[in-house]
Design a protein around this ligand. Sequence first.
Ligand code: NAD
Length: 398
Amino acid sequence: MKVFVLGGDGFCGWPCAVNLADRGHEVLIVDNLSRRKIDIDLEVESLTPITSIGDRLRAWREIGGKPIRFEHLDIAHQYDRLVTMLKTERPDAVVHFAEQRAAPYSMKSSSTKRYTVDNNVNGTHNLLAAIVESGLDIHIVHLGTMGVYGYGSHRGATIPEGYLKVEVPQPDGSRFEEEILHPASPGSVYHMTKTLDQLLFLYYNKNDQIRITDLHQGIVWGTNTEATARDPRLTNRFDYDGDYGTVLNRFLMQAAIGYPLTVHGTGGQTRAFIHICDSVKCVQLALENPPAKGERVKIFNQMTESHQVGELAKKVAALTGAELNHLPNPRNEAVENDLIVDNRCFIELGLKPTTLDDGLLAEVVDVAKRWADRCDRSRIPCVSAWTSTQAEAIKHPS
Ligand code: NAD
């Protein structure tokens, strides 16, 4: 297969691109390197030292990997170049990671809210319009999030893989059954852009029969895959700061440097998780099992385990001896929630999940402890608040 990996320099995109090349696919990474520029603006760096995209690709070639090409392009604002590339290269599939992906960053200011909406919604729409204009039958695999459903309103119901059966009452008193997109309830501007992506996909799939797989991914933890561990120059990024660090990786890093684990609110928030190796495998499985022409958007829940944040912190503390620190919650969200998720599709396709129990300690020792001296402790606190009330609570904790 010839595959474009949009956002292929990022945390999920880089190991995914390398894995696809390793399996013999022809890979072209498209990225505007905006994530690296945001690090410069925020004055923070990945805990792991990452090389430039040029050095990554050279290293991959030098160790015998199938060459990966790179195109520096902004999919949200360089539409004509995107169409030309599709028409010239004629890829079989496009994996779309190229979005601003941090909820706290999206809530930082009106400027980051507007940037996130502009970048994410325009980027996704440009891709869809460009595929229609190219006239090619290209399968899109998009990385969405479990967060599109919100957290807290399911009252114990299982979240299905995308669609919900409803009974619609008719004027004559009869009822007919219909399947609709599961209702969305975004909890941040970032999550809102992901719910808008869903509608864009629904429309272009219905109107233009674009083949789409939307992967509703849980929070990714871990750093390297077998392929990115083959050479230090291939190392993947590890975000730990208050804006981009994801909860479990933050706990692991905090434990490694002796910083009390930052549990926000009661810790009763339940979230879905997946290891980076499984994320990469799921994207590969989705590419290898595309929907047929005319089939509705395929939606998979790409997660392997659900955990309460407080319980997760206790697990990390039990493994490492770390202390817990309960802090005010900067997010406007339910104090506690259940999260029961149907993830049968990937398990049936052969995914063998990496569990927390298998991988946590190795991650603390191999990555977090190894690079602990690169950590800037002043960047650990979460300072982006969802509302002015939350901003006050963070400034003056009781
Ligand atoms: P990331 O920020 O590390 O990577 C995104 C990449 O896309 C970056 O390299 C960035 O430079 C690029 N990019 C952004 N806008 C672009 C544009 N307009 N044109 C070209 N390139 C652009 O993020 P990630 O953690 O790898 O996440 C990738 C995708 O997976 C995102 O869409 C995210 O919503 C989704 N996801 C991630 C997680 C997670 O825990 N990391 C969880 C669920 C879903």
